[in-house]
Design a protein around this ligand. Structure first.
Ligand SMILES: Cc1cc2nc3c(=O)[nH]c(=O)nc-3n(C[C@H](O)[C@H](O)[C@H](O)COP(=O)(O)OP(=O)(O)OC[C@H]3O[C@@H](n4cnc5c(N)ncnc54)[C@H](O)[C@@H]3O)c2cc1C
Length: 402
């Protein structure tokens, strides 16, 4: 027996839950698969920009007050700090606050919303393979599921992405643009394994021997202390764990060598040019949709999840080509930002390697308000022009199609 759905969504992170919420809200039969049951751990700084808040409101109808009331937000501040080799370059305050969430809480909440609107939860089930032409998903327990469309939102190590059937060169390009990331949360205190000071504002560290040359370090407020992390493209033979421990020492953390480390890959400049094949559409980390300068992924997961759902909805209701619809939505919203932030990243990293802190100092000090708006989404990575995000008419109130 093969179980049938209109749409199967693989992965119930922000991308998958956004897609499932939109489609189930339109009355489609949606199966939402995840190998884990919520709440599940996800390594993440948990920083939400203003555009992420807007996306949560548009897709899930969850505003700041709802998120706070349901435990999804634990801190907000407009302040931020830029550092180079441990030295402060800029301390600023954005017009909008940066919000911080606990990912297990947020992700559980988003999955609950998708299920509350009619998606069938298939949690604790592992996707083993996907047949993009047939719209079939094979689960690790042997069950086969079928759907008109499959949305692959199963994260950076996506099993569904394998069904794109790309060649060796494309696979090599994907690996080369995959960043390594390590993050730990430490209690605040003076002993070994503690973070030596309270952290109220996000800090971004660039440059120096203990931060990846094509990457950065961060210190964020955490729900139980401070979160410190690094992410970046790996150089051959580089011991990323040793680099991270040096970074902790730079931050004044004692006993860094004893701290257990957790790492996770992060797409870092590898958004797929054609994230579709047959009945399969990829969203979020599975499609490489992470902004490659700051590594912001939650917004891009929500946006591409919603766009994938809109494209599939248009294919089902109007007979449109899902891949073309998805491409058009991406081209009008996230794609230009990913392209321009990638350019900016290489320019800044190359300038920093050549001239030291001067270019980055000039960059962050030239127009701090406009740069903060760029991060929050009010301005584009393209020359800081004002940015309006295209969502597609379907993303009004998610009412049933009737
Ligand atoms: C260290 C670190 C810090 C970060 N900090 C930030 C930050 O502060 N702000 C920000 O915006 N972004 C941040 N990001 C990026 C962000 O976490 C990701 O881009 C985002 O989680 C992507 O969402 P997603 O839904 O695509 O994938 P995920 O959140 O990874 O969800 C994928 C889901 O698929 C499931 N899954 C995986 N494989 C299978 C399978 N075979 N079968 C069934 N289910 C499967 C997983 O269990 C998971 O629930 C950070 C990333 C890292 C690594």
């Amino acid at each position: 027996m093969v179980k049938d759905f209109d749409v199967l969504v693989a992965g119930a992170g922000p991308a998958g839950s956004a897609a499932a919420r939109v489609l189930a809200g339109r009355g489609l039969r949606v199966g939402l698969i995840d190998r884990l049951a919520h709440p599940r751990f996800k390594l993440c700084g948990g920083l939400l920009t203003a555009k992420s808040m807007d996306a949560l409101d548009r897709v899930f109808g969850l505003g700041e007050a709802d998120l706070a009331a349901r435990g999804g937000l634990f801190h907000a501040t407009p302040e931020y700090v830029f550092l180079h080799q441990g030295r402060e370059l800029l301390r600023g305050a954005a017009a909008e606050p940066f919000r911080f969430v606990e990912r297990p809480v947020l992700d559980a909440l988003l999955a609950q919303e998708a299920v509350a609107h009619g998606a069938e939860p298939l949690f604790g089930r592992v996707v083993a393979a996907c047949d993009a032409a047939a719209g079939e998903v094979l689960l690790a327990d042997g069950e086969r599921l079928r759907a008109g469309f499959v949305i692959g939102a199963d994260g950076v190590n996506s099993a569904t992405r394998r069904a794109l059937g790309r060649g060796d060169a494309a696979r090599r390009a994907w690996r080369e643009n995959l960043a390594a990331a390590i993050e730990v949360e430490l209690p605040v205190g003076q002993g070994p394994g503690c973070f030596p000071r309270q952290v109220r504002a996000p800090e971004l560290h660039v440059g120096g021997p203990c931060v990846p040359s094509a990457g950065y370090g961060w210190v964020f407020p955490g729900p139980r202390g401070a979160k410190a992390g690094i992410c970046g493209l790996r150089r051959r033979g580089e011991d990323f764990g040793a680099l991270f421990r040096d970074y902790l020492r730079l931050l004044g953390v004692a006993g860094a060598e004893q701290i257990p480390l957790r790492g996770h890959p992060l797409p870092y400049g590898n958004a797929l040019a054609r994230p579709c094949s047959g009945r399969l559409v990829l969203a979020g980390d599975a499609g490489g949709f992470v902004e490659p300068l700051f590594g912001e992924g939650i917004f891009y997961a929500l946006a591409t999840g919603a766009h994938a759902a809109t494209a599939v909805l248009r294919a089902i209701t109007r007979g449109a080509d899902a891949a073309d619809e998805y491409d058009a939505l991406l081209a009008r919203s996230v794609r230009p930002e990913l392209v321009w932030s990638d350019r900016l990243r290489w320019l800044l990293f190359a300038a920093m390697r050549r001239f030291g802190p001067a270019p980055i100092k000039g960059f962050v000090r030239c127009a701090p308000d406009a740069l903060a708006q760029m991060v929050h989404g009010g301005r584009s990575f393209r020359l800081l022009l004002p940015k309006r995000w295209a969502w597609g008419a379907e993303l009004g109130p998610c009412a049933p199609l009737g």
